[in-house]
Design a binder for this molecule. Structure first.
Ligand SMILES: *[C@@H]1O[C@H](CO)[C@@H](O)[C@H](O)[C@H]1NC(C)=O
Ligand SMILES: *[C@@H]1O[C@H](CO)[C@@H](O)[C@H](O)[C@H]1NC(C)=O
Ligand SMILES: *[C@@H]1O[C@H](CO)[C@@H](O)[C@H](O)[C@H]1NC(C)=O
Ligand SMILES: *[C@@H]1O[C@H](CO)[C@@H](O)[C@H](O)[C@H]1NC(C)=O
Ligand SMILES: *[C@@H]1O[C@H](CO)[C@@H](O)[C@H](O)[C@H]1NC(C)=O
Length: 321
């Protein structure tokens, strides 16, 4: 059974947090529009995008000169989640670094989580981070992968106010030497509930019940666990004793009981963890910024009376409103 309270709190929280994740995407942002134009091949240089010309020159230098090698995927919405581990850049949009790719996919992250699970993720990731295939050209998504995904996902994306990204132009994609879609799976937002936490990285905590779907709309716990795995090296670096607590609360906000009382890690915990771990994260990912999902403005401060948040792994200390 799902109590109305959990449902209401969850829906509010999901709205607030998902909206902030996608805010940059949906707001009219001149930089972003410029970037889109460049991606479409328009090389107009504008104040907001001074580097575009350099980036293209870099890319063409590299194309003309030495062949690029395969590199391990570090971009957090793709790493460990798409069935292959290495990519080769530049991609079809002439991005030469994973940082450039991250900046684009960051805006699509909420859509990737919300979309149609693996196929939408595969489409987005393989478009920007094509699978390295040895010496040959890297492999992006097949035309059919794109079309099938669009057919299944478009309506559900529209329901959440997203439009199919114009860069996902199915007809521009190849029919051969490309990546095929997998089985369709998805989860519904209608069934917010408190369920047992069975995430391998969260077994040491005293929190045992968590919200599903989480605040990003993810409810396939296999996939949540796969996404969390990318942070294991960071946890093992012991950059912060609270990193595990924080990550578990991010990926499965805690329910104090099956009946209700939703709690999050406090913003203070987030700030402490970020300060301690960001340099290590950058090093481990060869230069990526602290991921959007882990940014601290998303989590309630302990002074915020609207939410209950957690400072320590100490369930007994939670005072539910
Ligand atoms: C990428 O670079 C190549 C070679 O410099 C160029 O022909 C192509 O139009 C560029 N594509 C985009 C999308 O900018
Ligand atoms: C670039 O975009 C501008 C305005 O959006 C347009 O006027 C111009 O013709 C475009 N240039 C190319 C090469 O497509
Ligand atoms: C690429 O362009 C940037 C400027 O945006 C420059 O600082 C950098 O040295 C260039 N890299 C290469 C390999 O040409
Ligand atoms: C959950 O995700 C895994 C990994 O992608 C997939 O194999 C499985 O079918 C998904 N489960 C459901 C119920 O969609
Ligand atoms: C708490 O919720 C109320 C009503 O929704 C809102 O006006 C207020 O700004 C919120 N307080 C904080 C600290 O977010």
């Amino acid at each position: 059974m799902v109590s109305t309270k959990v449902l209401l709190v969850a829906v509010v929280v999901v709205c607030v947090l998902v909206e902030t994740l996608s805010a940059q995407r949906s707001q009219p942002n001149p930089n972003r529009r410029n970037r889109g134009r460049n991606r479409a091949g328009n090389r107009t240089r504008t104040a907001g995008n001074r580097n575009a010309g350099n980036r293209n020159r870099n890319a063409s230098n590299r194309n003309a000169g030495n062949r690029r090698r395969c590199e391990e995927i570090e971009v957090p919405m793709c790493k460990g989640l798409v069935g292959y581990t290495h990519t080769k850049l530049p991609n079809r949009f002439n991005h030469t670094t994973q940082l450039q790719v991250y900046r684009v996919l960051e805006h699509l992250w909420a859509m990737i989580d919300r979309g149609c699970s693996q196929n939408f993720r595969l489409l987005a990731c393989s478009l920007y981070l094509p699978r390295c295939a040895g010496r040959g050209a890297a492999r992006g998504p097949c035309r059919k992968t794109c079309k099938v995904t669009r057919r299944v996902c478009q309506a559900s994306l529209q329901q959440f106010g997203y439009t199919w990204p114009e860069e996902f132009d199915c007809n521009a994609l190849p029919k051969k030497r490309c990546l095929k879609q997998g089985r369709h799976n998805s989860c519904s937002m209608d069934h917010t509930q408190c369920v047992d936490i069975d995430l391998p990285m969260c077994t040491d905590l005293s929190f045992r019940i968590g919200m599903s779907p989480n605040m990003f709309g993810q409810c396939n716990r296999t996939e949540i666990a796969m996404e969390m795995e990318q942070f294991r090296p960071l946890v093992e670096s012991q950059c912060s004793p609270k990193l595990g607590l924080f990550l578990c609360g991010v990926y499965m906000p805690w329910c104090a009981s099956r009946e209700g009382g939703l709690t999050f890690p406090c913003q203070e915990v987030c700030s402490e963890v970020r300060e301690a771990c960001e340099p290590t994260y950058r090093r481990l990912t060869r230069g990526l910024p602290w991921p959007n999902k882990l940014q601290c403005h998303r989590y309630p401060a302990s002074s915020n009376a609207n939410y209950t948040c957690v400072m320590e792994d100490d369930v007994g200390a939670i005072n539910l409103p």
